[in-house]
Structure formats: C-alpha cells, structure tokens
Write a protein that binds this ligand. Sequence first.
Ligand code: ISE
Length: 337
Amino acid sequence: MSLNIALIGCGMIGREHIERIQNRIKDAKIVAVCDVFEEGAKKGAAIAGEGTKVYTDFNEAINDPDVNAVVVTTPGAFHKDPVIAAIKAGKPVFSEKPLANTAADCKEIVDAEMASGKHLVQVGFMRRYDRGYNQLKALLDEGKFGAPMVIKCTHRADGVAEDYTTAMAVTDTAIHEIDVLPWLVDDEWDEVQCIMPKTSSKAHEGLKDPQIMILKTKGGIVTVLEVNVNCGFGYDINCEVVCENGVMNLPCPSFPTVRFDHNVSTKIEDNWILRFIDSYDVEIQDWVNHALEGKTGGSSAWDGYVASITADALVKSQTTGAAEKVITGGTPDFYKK
Ligand code: ISE
C-alpha cells in the first residue's frame, strides 16, 4: 500500500515537498499537483515527473479517484478550503503551517474533522520532529533537572520579503515556538504579550522588527522570545530552558570551528529550509506512516487551532501592549491523547 498524493499549492514549500516525497520518502508518491496558476502547477509536475496529473481546481485534484491522500502547501490564507475538501473526501491531509491564518478558519477545520469522526489532519509544525528539540524533551522528561521555569528563545532571520508584515512576526514566524514549546514542556499557554523595542533601521517601511514576545503557561513557565527577522547574519534559532537544577540549550546544526585571520568562528545556517531540512524529511515520513495506518502524528488540527488562538492573542497585544489571555475552551474528547 502506498499513499498517492495530490499536492495543492506549488509555491516554494510545495515544490520542496514534491522533491522530498518523490526522492526521499518511502511508500508515497505525488500523482497529482494543483495550483490556481497553471504555470505553477506545471512547474510542480516537472519536479514530480512524467505522468503527474496537473490541476488548477483543488476539488478536482482531491476527488481524483487515483488520489488517496492530500498535501496542502498553498499560502496559509488558502489552507481551509482544500483541507476541508480532503476531510469531506475521507482522505488524510497534511497541511503546512499554520493550519489557517485565523482561529475562526481553524475552528471550521476542527469542526469538520470531528463531524467526520476520523483523525485525518496533520499540521506541518516540523520542529516537533527536529532532533535537537527531541533531545531537549528527552532530557526534560528524565526529571532530574527539576521543573522548567524560564525559556529564552531567539527566532532570527537574515531578512524578509517586502510583503512580510508586523503581524506575520507572530502568525508566520513565532507560530513555531507557539506550537513547539507547550509540546516540549507538556503545558498550555495562559497569557501572552508583545513588546516593541526600537525598530531596526534595516526593517522595511511599516514593519516593526525586532519584537519581544512574553508567553506564560498555565503552569507558570515564562518564555521570552526575540523575533528578529532582519538580523543580517543568518538563520539563528536558539532555545534555552532554565530548570530548577540545570539549564539546557537547543543544539544547533554543527559546523566546523574555524581559526582564521586572528578569529575563531563557526558558521550559522543560511535559512530555515536548510536549518530544518532533516526535520521536514522525518515529519513527512511520519505523516505517511501514520496515514497508511489510518492515523495522524505530530500536531493535530486541534493543536493548529490552539496555536492560532494564541497567535491571535499575541497579534492583539502588538497593538494593546497588554498581556492577553489565551482562551481555548478546553480540549474536546476527540482530541485528547
Ligand atoms: C517560514 O514560513 C517558516 O516556517 C520558518 O520556519 C520561519 O522561520 C519563517 O519566519 C517563516 O516565514
């Protein structure tokens, strides 16, 4: 048995996943690609290889009888409709992060999945598959370090495109920490706040960057996250967990330490695709393995919804400056582990 996938949305991450699935993932292949722009779909099909069907209508692609699973890699604002179409067709669906751009859209997905009675949706929060985060989690779960109390993170990028907005620092960037940290420490967000420091002269017109986000869990753990997307020196992800008896730091991909020209230096990764490339491979293989057994792994639609509620609260705080509560209404039984 193999997953015959229709991939919806042939932009950059879509093309990455096509290449990944065709070349590195077992028991799955892309049989159809879809993009509203036919040229985009054809580019995707060229990567997928001969015989790949080309669609511009996601409903047709998803309901193609040769298709038994769906990957959604459209921009976040257009995730909801194809994800719900896949649920209605009873086909497992992997949606890139965020599940949707608003909590209201995520809620519609959650409601559709619960109504279907089957767990069909997995959200592409790949950090849950990153080796380093898993090493931290294993250490924390050992217990000897005591309870985590403070988490200090940086999410830095070289630079961003002109269409990157102040809100996207939350909905597109910090959304990774919003998902991975509660998973890491087995807790839930309670309240969140965003503080705007002096803006970098490198940020484009209208963009507030860097931003400091303070997120507190129900168990009292406080995270301080620096989002800084114009740092100009690479893609720099750090996470330090301060526990009662010890402190642990996320390992970063290793590069040689170089002594040259009166300096000792170590490279920093160039961009997020390279930084998390291994996690993406592990994540997609895990989705395939689960889907073949009629299950989902990683982040569920509920996790995607909660991340989006948290993001909405942080975006609100970007203008109010106040701490905002994260109100989820509690996990439905359907999603309880
Ligand atoms: C991008 O979509 C990602 O998912 C990256 O991990 C994140 O660092 C970046 O800010 C996003 O635009």
